[in-house]
Design a protein around this ligand. Structure first.
Ligand code: ADP
Ligand code: MG
Length: 639
């Protein structure tokens, strides 16, 4: 069965449903309401001015419409409730004018403002039933209303074979109601207690399915024999000793963990968690070097091209005599062909790139090590896909989103974890300041000071709708920067929709100091390393999660110069103050957790896995633990 089979759904509706992320029947029935509203006719005798009301009555007058401003209007009409005459005012619904006919019944929802007047937020035709009723409310899109969504779902549920992912013995153990019952209840609640049971059951199912995936990965890994490497340790020491700096103790111990993994016959599946700027890259490079010494190919995958190119140019500095190439979505097809051939023939030792590294036609000769930078951007499926490119390659993930350890152990239950806690010494703490839009002059003055010292600045444009091109706001900001600093500084811009070649050119110019102020969207968020940049100004900072802000802030303070992070915002001050207070990523993620739930916490928006529809790993922590134990037990039983 598919969406178009549902009675009443045509191609237009399908488009609207797609906008809501609904592509098939399962998506539809698990498109849960976000709110329930109890509809009960208000008692006009006991209301106060300012109260919210819902009332029905008979229309007594044709509406009187006033137009004003740009496409704005207000409409007045009178209704009789049987007990009172009320004047209803509603804004911007003039298109309903002809439907409001004297003698018809109407339901009005809005605010009672006194003197028998209601400012309506919504009107509908019909009468309220005498019993109170629960209205199920969904996030809506285009022209489909909650009511219609609910209707479509119910049409399906009438005759739906709900796939239950919870094994029978667990359903019995927890006394869960059936899946179909739970789905029916959540979309058409009959009682508070049954609704609660249904939600709980559906949450558990989400968590169980997720934990099962994780536990399977872990099990699969333990069963397979990995590559056991024999390496001349002194070569590794030589490499480390030749670095321009001394490894921090956390870096050194991470290297040791990796060395042990790579020289044992277990498959490595290790996560390096380290705050922004803690120096994870060099640890990854050393891992690639160890792998190279054992004669295997290695890859490093970055989430963006900008970052891939940065890694590529850096790694070549450390390993001049090793055959290293880069492969991204914008590699020319001729070059790509050449790279693929050489890769197959083992004429390439290390390949740096983006997702393209794992396209179907990319064939490795003997892939031994896979590293993914900024791991949180990739989901469980990618984790598994990486593994399949070699016989039993070792895998290393780098992550700058500090996850409280308790959660990391569960969510990344299939991985071993090394933590880099210390940031290389000799770095000054970044000064973070919160500024209001009205204080923009201060901000410009501070920017001026930095520019005078020949330092460079990042300016982050406000976040526009996802998928939306951020072009407008970036361009506007660019213009403003030019107005302010055109005489002393050059401005450049960077945004997601640019081709990677263009992005690259801009980054290169910034690196060469041909650009002083780089106005950008969050494309520069991850990993970009530009030593001379000492200030980052983030507009409408409240629109970003704290973890994202922390990542952005990590773009500066990359050398021993004093650096600044300026958050411009008029809202959400309490949350943003956390940024002023601490520069510890773990604290910030805890705080993000506390203030926003798990939503943006791990910066995992991009990875579909953890987008639970109902569950929240913080609020439902106990359920998560249960799901974890149960998934392990289940796997053990089924071996
Ligand atoms: P991240 O962990 O955010 O990816 P990077 O690996 O980009 O951080 O490192 C940040 C900067 O710190 C780089 O310029 C890198 O060369 C430098 N760095 C890394 N390790 C050390 C160290 N042990 N001592 C001094 N500087 C270091
Ligand atoms: Mg990095």
């Amino acid at each position: 069965m598919q969406l178009s089979d549902i009675f009443g759904i045509g191609s237009k509706t399908i488009k609207h449903l797609n906008n809501l992320g609904i592509y098939n029947i399962e998506d539809l029935v698990t498109y849960y309401p976000y709110r329930y509203e109890i509809i009960k006719r208000s008692d006009l005798n006991s209301i106060n001015d300012g109260d919210k009301v819902i009332i029905d009555g008979i229309i007594e007058t044709i509406p009187n419409v006033n137009y004003y401003g740009k496409r704005k209007n207000s409409m007045n009409f009178r209704i009789n409730t049987g007990a009172r005459i009320l004047v209803i005012t509603i804004y911007n619904r003039a298109f309903l004018k002809n439907k409001i006919k004297v003698g018809n019944s109407i339901i009005v929802r809005g605010k009672y403002v006194g003197f028998n007047k209601i400012i309506a937020s919504d009107i509908r035709f019909g009468v309220l039933s005498n019993n109170s009723k629960v209205e199920v409310i969904y996030h809506e899109s285009g022209n489909i209303t909650s009511k219609e969504i609910n209707n479509y779902i119910n049409r399906v549920l009438n005759n739906y074979n709900a796939k239950d992912y919870i094994p029978k013995y667990l359903r019995d153990k927890y006394n869960f109601i059936t899946k179909i019952e739970a789905l029916k209840e959540i979309h058409n609640p009959t009682s508070t207690s049954k609704l609660r049971m249904s939600i709980n059951r559906l949450k558990y199912e989400e968590l169980f399915v997720f934990m099962l995936k994780i536990s399977r990965l872990k099990k699969g890994r333990n069963k397979t024999v990995g590559i056991k490497r024999y390496i001349d340790k002194s070569l590794v020491y030589n490499f480390i000793n030749k670095l321009p700096f001394k490894l921090t103790s956390d870096q050194a111990s991470s290297v040791k963990d990796i060395y042990n993994d790579l020289t044992s016959s277990n498959i490595m599946n290790r996560l390096i968690e380290g705050d922004v700027g803690s120096g994870k890259t060099i640890v990854a490079f050393i891992a690639l070097y160890i792998n190279y010494l054992s004669n295997y190919q290695g890859v490093l995958m970055a989430p963006t091209e900008v970052l891939a190119f940065q890694h590529f140019s850096n790694i070549k500095k450390y390993m001049s005599n090793i055959k290293i190439e880069i492969l991204t979505g914008s590699t020319k097809s001729k070059d790509r062909c050449d790279i693929l051939t050489r890769l197959k023939n083992k004429e390439i030792d290390i390949l740096i790139g983006t997702h393209s590294l794992f396209s179907e036609d990319v064939i490795y000769n003997n892939l031994g090590l896979v590293i993914t930078d900024e791991q949180h951007r990739f989901g469980v499926r990618e984790r598994a896909a990486l593994r399949n490119k070699g016989v039993a390659p070792d895998i290393l993930y780098l992550s700058a989103t500090p996850i409280p350890r308790t959660y990391a152990l569960i969510i990344y239950g299939d991985m071993d974890i090394s933590i880099i806690n210390t940031v290389p010494s000799g770095k000054k703490k970044i000064i973070t300041l919160l500024k209001k839009n009205s204080e923009i002059k201060d901000v410009l003055t501070m920017m001026f000071e930095e520019l005078k010292s020949k330092h460079q600045i990042y300016v982050i444009a406000p976040l526009v709708e996802e998928n939306d091109s951020n072009l407008m706001s970036v361009n506007d900001l660019c213009e403003n920067m030019n107005k302010a600093f055109g005489k002393i500084a050059k401005t450049g811009n960077l945004y997601g929709k640019m081709s990677s070649k263009e992005k690259d050119e801009v980054m290169a110019k910034f690196k060469n100091k041909e650009i002083d102020i780089l106005v950008s969207t969050t494309v520069i968020e991850v990993g970009v390393d530009m030593e001379n940049a000492t200030m980052i100004v983030i507009f409408d900072a409240e629109r970003f999660g704290l973890s994202t802000l922390h990542q952005l802030r990590g773009r500066v303070g990359r050398n021993n110069l004093q650096s600044y992070c300026i958050l411009v915002s008029d809202k959400d001050t309490e949350r943003l103050k956390v940024m002023e207070k601490t520069s510890n990523g773990f604290e910030i993620s805890e705080e993000d957790f506390r203030l926003r739930g798990s939503g943006d916490l791990f910066g995992i928006r991009q990875s579909g896995d953890m987008k639970f529809k109902l569950a929240n790993i913080k609020r439902d922590y106990k359920l998560l633990l249960k799901a974890k134990e149960d998934s392990l037990e289940y796997l053990n039983m089924n071996l």
